[in-house]
Design a protein around this ligand. Structure first.
Ligand SMILES: Cc1cc2nc3c(=O)[nH]c(=O)nc-3n(C[C@H](O)[C@H](O)[C@H](O)COP(=O)(O)OP(=O)(O)OC[C@H]3O[C@@H](n4cnc5c(N)ncnc54)[C@H](O)[C@@H]3O)c2cc1C
Length: 430
Protein backbone atom coordinates (compact mmCIF):
# COMPACT_ATOMS: atom_id res chain seq x y z
CA UNK A 1 0.00 0.00 0.00
CA UNK A 2 2.84 2.42 0.58
CA UNK A 3 5.55 4.09 -1.43
CA UNK A 4 8.41 6.33 -0.20
CA UNK A 5 6.83 9.27 -2.07
CA UNK A 6 3.86 9.04 0.31
CA UNK A 7 5.96 10.07 3.28
CA UNK A 8 5.50 13.81 3.72
CA UNK A 9 7.32 16.46 5.70
CA UNK A 10 4.16 18.03 7.15
CA UNK A 11 2.32 16.25 9.97
CA UNK A 12 -0.99 14.52 9.15
CA UNK A 13 -4.19 16.59 9.54
CA UNK A 14 -5.69 14.28 12.19
CA UNK A 15 -4.59 11.62 14.64
CA UNK A 16 -7.36 9.36 13.40
CA UNK A 17 -9.82 9.29 10.49
CA UNK A 18 -12.83 7.03 11.02
CA UNK A 19 -14.84 5.74 8.05
CA UNK A 20 -18.50 5.44 9.14
CA UNK A 21 -20.61 6.97 11.89
CA UNK A 22 -22.47 3.85 13.09
CA UNK A 23 -22.10 2.56 16.68
CA UNK A 24 -18.50 1.40 16.12
CA UNK A 25 -17.31 4.62 14.44
CA UNK A 26 -19.06 6.97 16.86
CA UNK A 27 -17.77 5.04 19.87
CA UNK A 28 -14.13 4.90 18.81
CA UNK A 29 -14.17 8.57 17.78
CA UNK A 30 -15.79 9.70 21.05
CA UNK A 31 -13.36 7.70 23.19
CA UNK A 32 -10.30 8.94 21.29
CA UNK A 33 -11.55 12.54 21.50
CA UNK A 34 -12.01 12.01 25.26
CA UNK A 35 -8.32 11.04 25.37
CA UNK A 36 -7.44 14.33 23.65
CA UNK A 37 -6.89 12.86 20.16
CA UNK A 38 -7.93 14.70 16.97
CA UNK A 39 -10.54 12.43 15.38
CA UNK A 40 -12.54 12.94 12.19
CA UNK A 41 -15.60 10.80 11.34
CA UNK A 42 -16.67 10.56 7.68
CA UNK A 43 -20.24 9.31 7.25
CA UNK A 44 -21.87 8.96 3.86
CA UNK A 45 -25.47 9.21 5.11
CA UNK A 46 -27.17 11.86 7.24
CA UNK A 47 -28.42 10.77 10.67
CA UNK A 48 -31.10 9.88 11.59
CA UNK A 49 -31.11 7.06 9.03
CA UNK A 50 -32.66 3.57 9.07
CA UNK A 51 -30.51 0.66 10.25
CA UNK A 52 -31.30 -2.89 11.28
CA UNK A 53 -29.97 -4.29 14.58
CA UNK A 54 -32.28 -3.09 17.35
CA UNK A 55 -31.77 -5.47 20.25
CA UNK A 56 -28.84 -4.69 22.56
CA UNK A 57 -27.05 -6.66 25.30
CA UNK A 58 -26.44 -5.93 29.01
CA UNK A 59 -22.68 -5.61 28.49
CA UNK A 60 -23.41 -2.61 26.24
CA UNK A 61 -24.48 -0.70 29.34
CA UNK A 62 -21.00 -0.08 30.86
CA UNK A 63 -19.92 1.34 27.50
CA UNK A 64 -22.94 3.70 27.48
CA UNK A 65 -21.94 4.81 30.96
CA UNK A 66 -18.34 5.43 29.89
CA UNK A 67 -19.55 7.45 26.88
CA UNK A 68 -21.99 9.39 29.10
CA UNK A 69 -25.08 8.44 27.03
CA UNK A 70 -26.85 5.96 29.32
CA UNK A 71 -29.73 8.30 30.23
CA UNK A 72 -30.27 9.26 26.59
CA UNK A 73 -30.35 5.62 25.49
CA UNK A 74 -32.70 4.74 28.34
CA UNK A 75 -35.02 7.60 27.26
CA UNK A 76 -35.47 6.17 23.75
CA UNK A 77 -35.18 2.45 24.58
CA UNK A 78 -37.49 -0.31 25.78
CA UNK A 79 -36.03 -2.18 28.75
CA UNK A 80 -34.98 -5.72 27.74
CA UNK A 81 -34.63 -8.11 30.66
CA UNK A 82 -33.96 -11.25 28.69
CA UNK A 83 -34.58 -13.43 25.66
CA UNK A 84 -37.19 -16.14 25.14
CA UNK A 85 -37.12 -19.13 22.82
CA UNK A 86 -39.94 -21.22 21.26
CA UNK A 87 -40.27 -24.19 18.91
CA UNK A 88 -43.22 -25.08 16.66
CA UNK A 89 -45.59 -27.59 18.21
CA UNK A 90 -45.07 -26.33 21.77
CA UNK A 91 -47.10 -23.37 23.05
CA UNK A 92 -44.62 -22.63 25.88
CA UNK A 93 -41.48 -20.53 25.66
CA UNK A 94 -38.34 -20.66 27.80
CA UNK A 95 -36.95 -17.45 29.26
CA UNK A 96 -33.26 -16.61 29.61
CA UNK A 97 -33.39 -13.84 32.16
CA UNK A 98 -30.22 -11.67 32.29
CA UNK A 99 -30.58 -11.28 36.07
CA UNK A 100 -29.66 -14.99 36.33
CA UNK A 101 -26.25 -14.64 34.68
CA UNK A 102 -23.20 -15.75 36.69
CA UNK A 103 -22.13 -12.15 37.22
CA UNK A 104 -25.43 -10.24 36.88
CA UNK A 105 -24.24 -6.71 37.66
CA UNK A 106 -26.05 -5.42 34.52
CA UNK A 107 -29.39 -7.27 34.62
CA UNK A 108 -30.99 -5.61 31.59
CA UNK A 109 -30.35 -4.04 28.21
CA UNK A 110 -32.41 -2.01 25.71
CA UNK A 111 -34.32 -2.46 22.48
CA UNK A 112 -33.79 0.66 20.37
CA UNK A 113 -34.87 2.25 17.13
CA UNK A 114 -31.49 2.43 15.45
CA UNK A 115 -32.06 5.76 13.69
CA UNK A 116 -32.47 7.42 17.13
CA UNK A 117 -29.79 5.38 18.86
CA UNK A 118 -27.13 5.92 16.19
CA UNK A 119 -27.84 9.66 16.18
CA UNK A 120 -27.34 9.81 19.96
CA UNK A 121 -23.95 8.14 19.59
CA UNK A 122 -22.82 10.32 16.68
CA UNK A 123 -23.98 13.56 18.37
CA UNK A 124 -22.13 12.42 21.47
CA UNK A 125 -18.91 11.91 19.50
CA UNK A 126 -19.29 15.47 18.22
CA UNK A 127 -19.98 16.78 21.73
CA UNK A 128 -16.87 15.00 23.01
CA UNK A 129 -14.72 16.87 20.47
CA UNK A 130 -14.60 14.66 17.37
CA UNK A 131 -15.14 16.38 14.02
CA UNK A 132 -18.06 14.85 12.10
CA UNK A 133 -18.70 15.19 8.39
CA UNK A 134 -21.97 13.63 7.24
CA UNK A 135 -22.99 13.06 3.61
CA UNK A 136 -19.31 12.53 2.93
CA UNK A 137 -18.26 9.29 1.31
CA UNK A 138 -14.81 7.79 1.44
CA UNK A 139 -13.96 6.66 -2.09
CA UNK A 140 -10.40 5.42 -1.72
CA UNK A 141 -7.48 5.13 0.66
CA UNK A 142 -3.78 4.46 0.73
CA UNK A 143 -1.23 4.15 3.49
CA UNK A 144 2.41 5.08 4.03
CA UNK A 145 4.77 4.34 6.93
CA UNK A 146 3.74 7.54 8.73
CA UNK A 147 0.10 8.11 7.67
CA UNK A 148 -3.10 6.99 5.98
CA UNK A 149 -4.72 9.11 3.28
CA UNK A 150 -8.36 8.96 2.19
CA UNK A 151 -10.10 10.44 -0.83
CA UNK A 152 -13.53 11.80 0.07
CA UNK A 153 -16.41 13.39 -1.81
CA UNK A 154 -19.71 14.99 -0.72
CA UNK A 155 -22.53 12.54 -1.44
CA UNK A 156 -24.92 15.07 -2.98
CA UNK A 157 -22.48 15.69 -5.84
CA UNK A 158 -21.72 19.30 -4.90
CA UNK A 159 -18.08 19.92 -4.18
CA UNK A 160 -14.94 18.30 -5.48
CA UNK A 161 -13.21 15.29 -4.02
CA UNK A 162 -10.35 15.99 -1.61
CA UNK A 163 -7.63 14.11 0.23
CA UNK A 164 -7.34 14.02 3.99
CA UNK A 165 -4.76 12.26 6.08
CA UNK A 166 -4.25 10.96 9.58
CA UNK A 167 -1.77 8.94 11.59
CA UNK A 168 -4.28 6.05 11.69
CA UNK A 169 -7.30 5.08 9.62
CA UNK A 170 -10.08 3.23 11.43
CA UNK A 171 -12.53 1.42 9.19
CA UNK A 172 -15.99 1.40 10.81
CA UNK A 173 -17.89 1.19 7.52
CA UNK A 174 -20.07 -1.72 8.66
CA UNK A 175 -21.16 -4.33 6.14
CA UNK A 176 -19.70 -2.19 3.34
CA UNK A 177 -16.32 -3.52 4.65
CA UNK A 178 -14.56 -0.68 2.86
CA UNK A 179 -10.93 -1.57 3.65
CA UNK A 180 -11.18 -5.36 3.69
CA UNK A 181 -13.11 -5.37 0.39
CA UNK A 182 -10.53 -3.08 -1.26
CA UNK A 183 -7.62 -5.19 0.00
CA UNK A 184 -9.27 -8.53 -0.81
CA UNK A 185 -9.19 -9.56 2.84
CA UNK A 186 -12.87 -10.42 3.23
CA UNK A 187 -13.68 -14.12 3.64
CA UNK A 188 -17.25 -15.39 3.72
CA UNK A 189 -18.02 -17.78 6.53
CA UNK A 190 -18.95 -21.05 4.77
CA UNK A 191 -20.38 -22.44 8.03
CA UNK A 192 -22.94 -19.69 8.26
CA UNK A 193 -24.68 -18.62 5.16
CA UNK A 194 -28.09 -17.06 5.75
CA UNK A 195 -30.37 -14.25 4.66
CA UNK A 196 -32.88 -12.06 6.49
CA UNK A 197 -36.26 -10.44 5.70
CA UNK A 198 -37.77 -7.93 8.13
CA UNK A 199 -40.22 -5.10 8.82
CA UNK A 200 -41.86 -3.19 11.68
CA UNK A 201 -45.47 -4.08 12.62
CA UNK A 202 -48.18 -2.70 14.91
CA UNK A 203 -50.75 -4.82 16.72
CA UNK A 204 -48.35 -7.58 17.87
CA UNK A 205 -48.97 -8.53 21.53
CA UNK A 206 -46.03 -8.33 23.92
CA UNK A 207 -45.12 -10.89 26.54
CA UNK A 208 -46.70 -10.37 29.98
CA UNK A 209 -45.32 -8.32 32.87
CA UNK A 210 -41.54 -8.33 33.36
CA UNK A 211 -41.08 -10.16 30.06
CA UNK A 212 -42.77 -7.43 27.97
CA UNK A 213 -39.48 -6.04 26.64
CA UNK A 214 -37.84 -9.40 25.90
CA UNK A 215 -36.72 -10.42 22.45
CA UNK A 216 -38.54 -13.57 21.27
CA UNK A 217 -36.78 -16.11 19.07
CA UNK A 218 -38.79 -18.82 17.28
CA UNK A 219 -37.19 -21.74 15.46
CA UNK A 220 -38.86 -23.04 12.32
CA UNK A 221 -37.81 -25.58 9.70
CA UNK A 222 -35.90 -23.10 7.49
CA UNK A 223 -34.36 -20.90 10.19
CA UNK A 224 -35.68 -18.64 12.90
CA UNK A 225 -37.81 -15.53 13.53
CA UNK A 226 -37.19 -12.58 15.85
CA UNK A 227 -39.67 -10.25 17.55
CA UNK A 228 -38.19 -7.15 19.15
CA UNK A 229 -40.59 -4.82 21.02
CA UNK A 230 -39.93 -1.13 20.26
CA UNK A 231 -41.73 1.97 21.51
CA UNK A 232 -45.25 3.07 20.41
CA UNK A 233 -46.71 -0.41 19.81
CA UNK A 234 -44.06 -1.14 17.17
CA UNK A 235 -42.62 -4.64 16.92
CA UNK A 236 -39.59 -5.39 14.76
CA UNK A 237 -40.21 -8.78 13.19
CA UNK A 238 -37.72 -10.61 11.02
CA UNK A 239 -36.93 -13.99 9.60
CA UNK A 240 -33.43 -15.42 9.15
CA UNK A 241 -33.37 -18.39 6.79
CA UNK A 242 -31.25 -20.31 4.37
CA UNK A 243 -30.71 -18.46 1.05
CA UNK A 244 -32.38 -21.48 -0.65
CA UNK A 245 -35.60 -20.83 1.24
CA UNK A 246 -35.43 -17.13 0.36
CA UNK A 247 -34.96 -18.05 -3.31
CA UNK A 248 -38.20 -20.06 -3.20
CA UNK A 249 -40.32 -16.87 -3.05
CA UNK A 250 -42.40 -15.99 -6.09
CA UNK A 251 -44.23 -12.86 -4.85
CA UNK A 252 -43.18 -9.64 -3.17
CA UNK A 253 -40.82 -9.68 -0.17
CA UNK A 254 -43.69 -8.45 2.04
CA UNK A 255 -46.01 -11.28 0.95
CA UNK A 256 -43.20 -13.79 1.39
CA UNK A 257 -42.64 -12.67 4.98
CA UNK A 258 -46.38 -12.88 5.77
CA UNK A 259 -46.62 -16.35 4.18
CA UNK A 260 -43.56 -17.50 6.12
CA UNK A 261 -45.27 -16.67 9.44
CA UNK A 262 -47.73 -19.49 8.63
CA UNK A 263 -44.87 -21.99 8.75
CA UNK A 264 -44.44 -21.32 12.46
CA UNK A 265 -47.77 -21.58 14.35
CA UNK A 266 -46.56 -19.63 17.42
CA UNK A 267 -45.46 -16.73 15.23
CA UNK A 268 -48.61 -16.94 13.11
CA UNK A 269 -50.82 -16.70 16.22
CA UNK A 270 -48.92 -13.72 17.61
CA UNK A 271 -48.98 -11.95 14.21
CA UNK A 272 -52.71 -12.53 13.60
CA UNK A 273 -53.67 -8.85 14.25
CA UNK A 274 -50.43 -7.35 12.91
CA UNK A 275 -50.14 -4.57 10.35
CA UNK A 276 -46.86 -3.77 8.52
CA UNK A 277 -45.67 -0.20 9.12
CA UNK A 278 -42.84 0.13 6.65
CA UNK A 279 -41.38 -1.44 3.50
CA UNK A 280 -40.16 -5.03 3.91
CA UNK A 281 -36.37 -5.21 3.56
CA UNK A 282 -33.82 -7.97 3.09
CA UNK A 283 -30.15 -8.58 3.88
CA UNK A 284 -28.34 -11.45 2.16
CA UNK A 285 -25.45 -13.86 2.62
CA UNK A 286 -24.23 -12.32 5.72
CA UNK A 287 -21.47 -13.93 7.77
CA UNK A 288 -17.84 -13.01 7.02
CA UNK A 289 -14.57 -12.05 8.63
CA UNK A 290 -11.51 -10.23 7.28
CA UNK A 291 -8.32 -12.29 7.28
CA UNK A 292 -6.68 -9.70 9.53
CA UNK A 293 -7.96 -6.75 11.52
CA UNK A 294 -5.04 -4.37 11.03
CA UNK A 295 -2.23 -3.48 8.64
CA UNK A 296 0.02 -0.55 7.88
CA UNK A 297 -1.63 2.48 9.55
CA UNK A 298 -5.15 1.00 9.51
CA UNK A 299 -7.42 -1.12 11.66
CA UNK A 300 -11.04 -2.26 11.53
CA UNK A 301 -13.84 -2.14 14.11
CA UNK A 302 -17.33 -3.67 14.24
CA UNK A 303 -18.95 -5.08 11.12
CA UNK A 304 -16.14 -3.65 9.00
CA UNK A 305 -14.07 -6.55 10.35
CA UNK A 306 -16.58 -9.36 10.92
CA UNK A 307 -20.26 -10.13 10.93
CA UNK A 308 -21.89 -13.09 12.68
CA UNK A 309 -25.50 -14.25 12.59
CA UNK A 310 -27.65 -11.90 14.69
CA UNK A 311 -29.53 -14.61 16.65
CA UNK A 312 -27.98 -13.52 19.96
CA UNK A 313 -28.25 -9.76 19.24
CA UNK A 314 -24.48 -9.45 19.49
CA UNK A 315 -23.67 -7.09 16.59
CA UNK A 316 -23.93 -3.65 18.19
CA UNK A 317 -22.24 -4.87 21.35
CA UNK A 318 -19.32 -6.42 19.44
CA UNK A 319 -19.08 -3.20 17.39
CA UNK A 320 -18.94 -0.99 20.49
CA UNK A 321 -16.69 -3.31 22.48
CA UNK A 322 -14.22 -3.59 19.61
CA UNK A 323 -14.38 0.22 19.33
CA UNK A 324 -13.49 0.57 23.00
CA UNK A 325 -10.53 -1.80 22.60
CA UNK A 326 -9.51 -0.02 19.37
CA UNK A 327 -9.50 3.39 21.08
CA UNK A 328 -7.12 2.07 23.76
CA UNK A 329 -4.93 0.35 21.17
CA UNK A 330 -4.66 3.39 18.87
CA UNK A 331 -4.03 5.73 21.77
CA UNK A 332 -1.07 3.56 22.81
CA UNK A 333 0.19 3.30 19.22
CA UNK A 334 0.12 7.11 18.94
CA UNK A 335 1.94 7.58 22.22
CA UNK A 336 4.44 4.74 21.81
CA UNK A 337 4.81 3.92 18.07
CA UNK A 338 7.38 1.17 18.72
CA UNK A 339 4.72 -0.89 20.49
CA UNK A 340 2.23 -0.69 17.59
CA UNK A 341 2.70 -4.22 16.20
CA UNK A 342 2.30 -5.91 19.57
CA UNK A 343 -0.59 -3.69 20.65
CA UNK A 344 -2.55 -4.25 17.44
CA UNK A 345 -1.95 -8.01 17.55
CA UNK A 346 -3.38 -7.92 21.08
CA UNK A 347 -6.36 -5.97 19.77
CA UNK A 348 -6.99 -8.69 17.15
CA UNK A 349 -6.88 -11.41 19.84
CA UNK A 350 -9.37 -9.58 22.07
CA UNK A 351 -11.85 -9.01 19.26
CA UNK A 352 -11.57 -12.60 18.00
CA UNK A 353 -12.11 -13.95 21.49
CA UNK A 354 -15.49 -12.21 21.79
CA UNK A 355 -16.60 -13.35 18.34
CA UNK A 356 -15.66 -16.98 19.14
CA UNK A 357 -17.65 -16.81 22.38
CA UNK A 358 -20.85 -16.30 20.39
CA UNK A 359 -19.93 -18.29 17.28
CA UNK A 360 -19.75 -21.69 18.96
CA UNK A 361 -23.44 -21.39 19.83
CA UNK A 362 -24.42 -19.79 16.52
CA UNK A 363 -22.89 -22.56 14.39
CA UNK A 364 -24.97 -25.13 16.27
CA UNK A 365 -28.14 -23.09 16.73
CA UNK A 366 -30.17 -25.02 14.15
CA UNK A 367 -29.09 -28.43 15.48
CA UNK A 368 -31.94 -30.28 17.27
CA UNK A 369 -29.60 -30.97 20.21
CA UNK A 370 -28.99 -27.26 20.78
CA UNK A 371 -32.69 -26.55 20.43
CA UNK A 372 -33.42 -29.21 23.04
CA UNK A 373 -30.92 -27.69 25.49
CA UNK A 374 -32.35 -24.19 25.03
CA UNK A 375 -35.93 -25.44 25.46
CA UNK A 376 -35.00 -27.54 28.52
CA UNK A 377 -32.27 -25.50 30.22
CA UNK A 378 -30.46 -27.19 33.07
CA UNK A 379 -30.02 -25.26 36.32
CA UNK A 380 -27.48 -27.87 37.50
CA UNK A 381 -23.82 -26.86 37.84
CA UNK A 382 -24.74 -23.29 36.80
CA UNK A 383 -25.08 -24.39 33.16
CA UNK A 384 -27.97 -22.08 32.27
CA UNK A 385 -26.30 -19.20 34.15
CA UNK A 386 -23.17 -19.67 32.02
CA UNK A 387 -25.21 -19.62 28.80
CA UNK A 388 -27.06 -16.50 30.01
CA UNK A 389 -23.69 -14.88 30.69
CA UNK A 390 -22.74 -15.48 27.06
CA UNK A 391 -26.11 -14.09 25.92
CA UNK A 392 -25.44 -11.00 28.09
CA UNK A 393 -22.19 -10.41 26.21
CA UNK A 394 -19.84 -11.58 28.97
CA UNK A 395 -17.50 -13.18 26.41
CA UNK A 396 -14.28 -11.21 26.83
CA UNK A 397 -12.89 -13.03 29.87
CA UNK A 398 -14.37 -10.96 32.69
CA UNK A 399 -16.12 -13.97 34.28
CA UNK A 400 -14.61 -17.48 34.47
CA UNK A 401 -17.15 -19.26 32.27
CA UNK A 402 -15.11 -22.00 30.63
CA UNK A 403 -15.52 -24.88 33.15
CA UNK A 404 -19.29 -24.59 32.84
CA UNK A 405 -19.15 -24.03 29.09
CA UNK A 406 -17.03 -27.17 28.70
CA UNK A 407 -19.70 -29.08 30.61
CA UNK A 408 -22.38 -27.53 28.41
CA UNK A 409 -20.46 -28.62 25.30
CA UNK A 410 -20.18 -32.16 26.65
CA UNK A 411 -23.92 -32.23 27.34
CA UNK A 412 -24.57 -30.96 23.83
CA UNK A 413 -22.27 -33.62 22.32
CA UNK A 414 -24.06 -36.33 24.32
CA UNK A 415 -27.55 -35.23 23.22
CA UNK A 416 -26.31 -35.02 19.65
CA UNK A 417 -24.84 -38.51 19.82
CA UNK A 418 -28.08 -39.92 21.25
CA UNK A 419 -30.06 -38.13 18.53
CA UNK A 420 -27.76 -39.67 15.94
CA UNK A 421 -28.47 -43.11 17.37
CA UNK A 422 -32.20 -42.40 17.18
CA UNK A 423 -32.66 -42.52 20.96
CA UNK A 424 -32.13 -38.84 21.81
CA UNK A 425 -34.66 -36.20 22.83
CA UNK A 426 -34.06 -33.71 19.96
CA UNK A 427 -36.17 -33.80 16.79
CA UNK A 428 -35.87 -32.24 13.33
CA UNK A 429 -38.58 -29.65 12.75
CA UNK A 430 -39.66 -30.83 9.30
C1 LIG B 1 -30.83 -8.92 9.70
C2 LIG B 1 -29.95 -8.35 10.78
C3 LIG B 1 -30.41 -8.28 12.09
C4 LIG B 1 -29.59 -7.75 13.09
N1 LIG B 1 -30.05 -7.69 14.38
C5 LIG B 1 -29.24 -7.23 15.36
C6 LIG B 1 -29.71 -7.11 16.69
O1 LIG B 1 -30.85 -7.43 17.02
N2 LIG B 1 -28.84 -6.65 17.64
C7 LIG B 1 -27.57 -6.26 17.32
O2 LIG B 1 -26.82 -5.84 18.21
N3 LIG B 1 -27.12 -6.31 16.06
C8 LIG B 1 -27.93 -6.79 15.08
N4 LIG B 1 -27.47 -6.81 13.79
C9 LIG B 1 -26.08 -6.38 13.54
C10 LIG B 1 -25.94 -4.86 13.56
O3 LIG B 1 -26.76 -4.30 12.58
C11 LIG B 1 -24.49 -4.50 13.29
O4 LIG B 1 -23.63 -5.41 13.93
C12 LIG B 1 -24.11 -3.07 13.76
O5 LIG B 1 -24.90 -2.11 13.13
C13 LIG B 1 -22.62 -2.81 13.50
O6 LIG B 1 -22.28 -1.48 13.74
P1 LIG B 1 -21.11 -0.78 12.90
O7 LIG B 1 -20.93 0.57 13.48
O8 LIG B 1 -19.96 -1.71 12.81
O9 LIG B 1 -21.69 -0.67 11.41
P2 LIG B 1 -22.95 0.15 10.87
O10 LIG B 1 -23.95 0.33 11.95
O11 LIG B 1 -23.42 -0.54 9.64
O12 LIG B 1 -22.36 1.58 10.50
C14 LIG B 1 -21.51 1.73 9.38
C15 LIG B 1 -21.64 3.17 8.86
O13 LIG B 1 -20.63 3.40 7.89
C16 LIG B 1 -21.15 4.22 6.85
N5 LIG B 1 -20.31 3.99 5.67
C17 LIG B 1 -20.14 2.82 4.98
N6 LIG B 1 -19.28 2.99 3.97
C18 LIG B 1 -18.88 4.28 4.01
C19 LIG B 1 -18.00 5.06 3.20
N7 LIG B 1 -17.33 4.54 2.15
N8 LIG B 1 -17.84 6.38 3.51
C20 LIG B 1 -18.50 6.93 4.57
N9 LIG B 1 -19.36 6.23 5.35
C21 LIG B 1 -19.53 4.94 5.08
C22 LIG B 1 -22.58 3.71 6.71
O14 LIG B 1 -23.41 4.69 6.11
C23 LIG B 1 -22.95 3.44 8.17
O15 LIG B 1 -23.61 4.54 8.79
C24 LIG B 1 -28.29 -7.29 12.77
C25 LIG B 1 -27.85 -7.34 11.45
C26 LIG B 1 -28.66 -7.84 10.45
C27 LIG B 1 -28.16 -7.88 9.02
Amino acid sequence: MSSPADTHAHPPDYDVIVIGGGPAGSTVAALLAMKGRRALVLEKSKHPRFHIGESLLPRNVPIFRKLGVLDQVRAVGVEKKGADFSVPGEARHTVFDFARALHPDEPSAFQVTRSEFDKILLDNARAKGAEIRERTEVLDFRTAPDRATVTVKPVDGEGASEELNARYLIDASGRDTFVSAKLGLKARDPRHNSAAVFNHFSGVPRRDGEEAGNISIYWFEHGWFWMIPLDDDRMSVGMVSTPEYLKSRDGSLGDFLLQSFKRCPNVDRRMSGARPLDETRAAGNFSYRARRIFGERYLMVGDAYAFIDPVFSSGVFIAMQSAEYAADAVDTCLAEPKKAGRVLAGYQRRVDRGISGFSWFIYRFMDPAMRFLFMNPSQRFGLQAAVISVLSGDVYGRTRLWPRLVLFRLTYATVRLLNGLGIGPGKQLN
